[in-house]
Design a protein around this ligand. Structure first.
Ligand code: PLP
Length: 457
């Protein structure tokens, strides 16, 4: 892990997204970091693994997302769902900014406690928990946890009788990218029975939780869930409990965040009294756009159409669906490749660098060729786009990143591609299948002074 923190700008956080710093600044920083890293690698001489895929993480983007959250959902304290991306710098930043954490396992709880977060800022948001992990959480004084069934209540009684319990209710997750309700959540018909059993077992119902599904696109699911949660609060109060917290889960996506927040605020105002604390468990919202992944083209296969004579190419990268592109399988993503560098065969490992950074100019002066220039040449000469399919490095045929991608440029072995929006549900679910690494280097940059300052770099 590289702590390579640079910083370019600070700014006044307004209430609108438009007031945030130009994406261009962050893009330039990321571009410069990508180029610096690949510039240090000569594929013809490097040690095995030196040309491995790597991330550039802009922690300034995580910082901006946090400020955006505070501006739009001031009543709701985010508890970052670390399953989404347990990156240590992201955790440190969010811990310093006052966020809480949603953990699903002993390892996640341990990681958060190790950075000095108080156990009261952690929610063990897993309705079906491992008994030995429950013993661990009781020892560590992590009290907040969710449940959604009677069997779990007996486990809680046995292992964590002091727990602050959140009854997780079922939601309509039909408009979400990753549906969770087939696995978790108590139906509204069962909530009375669950509350009564909790009473009988002398357990503490501290609140209600829900999750509308990861990558939620329908804000009305939040509204219905808030309405249902209010119903459960009332039932709990009737039974003599004093629930004090509503957990509105995760599911937030950057593209629709302001709209979802405005709809949610109205529902919260209408149904949840101001005395009730509100928390959430956002994951992808925080990290999706903060991480960019660069991959090396390790092999290429030419495919010729016998009838037309037209050529297309299969590109093989050193990362795939068993690695950081696990998001294609588990998170239904469609990562879009972009060219970072193309190699000019006539020169010795000179790179044609994509127009990502100001520093490109000086490289061009010393004989490098701009990839975008190449592209323009092709385009203006009436050059046709070339079709590629993009594959991962393992021997499995399922290891496909993109079935069809078109570019005006020739991409060959040794060239680099990069993919934006690779910060959520990527490296956390990478494997070592076929002996490839699951530990890819992360180069950190910060496009916000605030983020660098918080981390003390
Ligand atoms: N909380 C729980 C219990 C989850 O299962 C998940 C994702 O699966 C999250 C939070 C994070 O969801 P998202 O990344 O969509 O915000």
């Amino acid at each position: 892990t590289n702590f390579n923190i640079n910083c370019v700008s600070d700014h006044d956080f307004g209430t609108q997204r438009e007031l945030l710093p130009p994406a261009k600044v962050a893009k330039e920083m990321i571009g410069a970091a990508l180029q610096k890293h690949i510039g240090a690698v000569n594929p013809s001489e490097c040690e095995p693994g030196d040309e491995d895929a790597f991330f550039v993480a802009d922690i300034g983007e995580v910082y901006r997302q946090h400020m955006r959250w505070k501006n739009n959902l001031p009543r709701v304290t985010p508890h970052y769902a670390i399953k989404c991306n347990p990156d240590p710098v992201v955790l440190r930043l969010l811990a310093t900014l006052g966020a809480g954490f949603d953990c699903a396992s002993k390892a996640e709880i341990e990681q958060v406690l190790k950075i000095g977060v108080d156990p009261s800022r952690i929610i063990y948001a897993q309705p079906c928990k491992t008994k030995s992990y429950m013993r661990y959480t009781a020892k560590q004084n992590v009290k907040q946890m969710t449940f959604d069934n009677t069997d779990e209540l007996y486990k809680v009684k046995e292992l964590c009788p002091d727990a602050e319990l959140y009854l997780r209710i079922l939601t309509d997750d039909s408009a979400s990218l990753c549906r969770l309700s087939q696995k978790f959540g108590a139906s509204m018909e069962t909530t009375q029975e669950l509350l009564e059993l909790a009473k009988e077992l002398d357990l503490n119902i501290a609140g209600v939780a829900f999750h509308v599904g990861s990558g939620a696109t329908d804000s009305s699911a939040f509204v219905q869930a808030v309405t249902d949660a209010r119903d459960v609060f009332d039932r709990a109060i009737d039974l003599g409990f004093s629930p004090h917290t509503l957990d509105i889960g995760g599911g937030f996506v950057s593209e629709t965040f302001e709209f979802t927040a405005s709809v949610l605020n109205v529902a919260l105002e209408q149904h949840i009294p101001s005395s009730i604390r509100i928390i959430a468990e956002p994951g992808r919202y925080y990290t999706s756009s903060a991480f960019t992944l660069a991959c090396n083209v390790i092999a290429r296969r030419t495919v010729e159409d016998k009838q037309t004579g037209e050529k297309s190419y299969m590109l093989y990268l050193n990362d795939g669906v068993y690695g950081n592109f696990s998001s294609i399988i588990f998170d239904h993503q469609h990562p879009v490749p972009q060219i970072l560098s193309t190699r000019r065969k006539q020169n010795n490992y000179n790179y044609a660098l994509a127009d990502l950074s100001r520093s490109t100019d000086s490289l061009l002066d010393s004989g490098y060729t701009s990839a975008t220039e190449d592209q323009h040449e092709l385009a203006s000469g009436g050059g046709k786009e070339i079709e590629y399919s993009i594959w991962g490095p393992t021997c499995d045929g399922i290891d496909c990143i993109s079935e069809s991608w078109k570019s005006g440029q020739t991409v060959d072995v040794g060239d680099w591609l990069y993919f934006e929006e690779m910060g959520a549900y990527t490296k956390c679910s990478a494997t070592r299948f076929n002996g490839f690494t699951d530990k890819h280097e992360t180069v950190y940059v910060s496009s916000e002074v605030g983020a660098s300052a918080v981390l003390g770099f």
